[in-house]
Design a protein around this ligand. Structure first.
Ligand SMILES: Cc1cc2nc3c(=O)[nH]c(=O)nc-3n(C[C@H](O)[C@H](O)[C@H](O)COP(=O)(O)O)c2cc1C
Length: 210
């Protein structure tokens, strides 16, 4: 059983990566074979709207026709049993890199037919991992929307979030005095490990259900 995590943050040891690694550890604890991909290591573009994935009888029907570093990752994601997707919030959305992945992963799966059809061969359980500066409730609608999109197209989805995260190694060195640094540090030391535990539990639950 395969669990794949896709990191949409450029920071390989940042908050998002920590949630994803915890989720993978949870899956590994029940026997999953795990792997982690950092999208910022890859060279690719988002969907170009070529619509080759919708061409009836075409060689790329139901899959992305672009050939680049993402091609193999898209195949791995389709064939995983459990898929974790992580992103920091960047201007009230996922990062551009993860957005590009979403376009290339989600669009070839669907058709514009009257009858609803999903072209991917199997359902994949999805665990979304989000991190933000903003407090917890701020992005609930956004997270729920993405969860529903993935449930609809890819497979049963759930999410964990870590909010008011630790962003700078030393806040005093940066133009960032709007933050209550002591409260942030306390949260980083006390709440963030709990968020990671939630990610671990999610990883274990999704892999156990396979
Ligand atoms: C370019 C940029 C844009 C950001 N925009 C937001 C935002 O809109 N809302 C928010 O809550 N945090 C925002 N943040 C903060 C990050 O989401 C937060 O620090 C996150 O935990 C970083 O995750 P990482 O350590 O995995 O990179 C932004 C950070 C950057 C660098």
């Amino acid at each position: 059983m395969k669990a794949l995590a896709i990191n949409g943050s450029a920071r390989k040891n940042g908050n998002t990566a920590a949630l994803l690694k915890s989720a993978l550890e949870g899956s590994a604890s029940v026997g999953a074979e795990t792997s982690l991909v950092h999208l910022y290591d890859l060279n690719y573009r988002g969907c170009t709207g070529c619509v080759a994935c919708k061409l009836l009888g075409g060689s790329s029907f139901g899959s992305c026709a672009q050939r680049d570093d993402l091609t193999q990752i898209l195949e791995q994601a389709k064939n995983a049993d459990v898929l974790f997707l992580g992103s920091p919030m960047y201007f009230n959305d996922v990062t551009g890199q993860l957005r590009g992945f979403f376009e290339r992963f989600l669009f070839p799966a669907i058709t514009y037919t009257k009858e609803r059809v999903i072209l991917y061969p199997k359902r994949v359980s999805v665990g979304l991992c989000f991190t933000s500066n903003a407090p917890g409730s701020f992005y609930t609608d956004f997270y729920e929307r993405l969860k529903n999109t993935f449930t609809h197209i890819i497979g049963p989805a759930e999410y964990v979030e870590a909010s008011e995260t630790w962003q700078f190694d030393d806040y005093s060195k940066y133009a960032a005095d709007m933050f209550d640094v002591e409260a942030r540090l306390k949260r980083h030391l006390e709440v963030f490990p709990e968020d990671c535990k939630k990610a671990y539990e999610m990883g274990r639950r999704l892999a156990s259900a396979q």
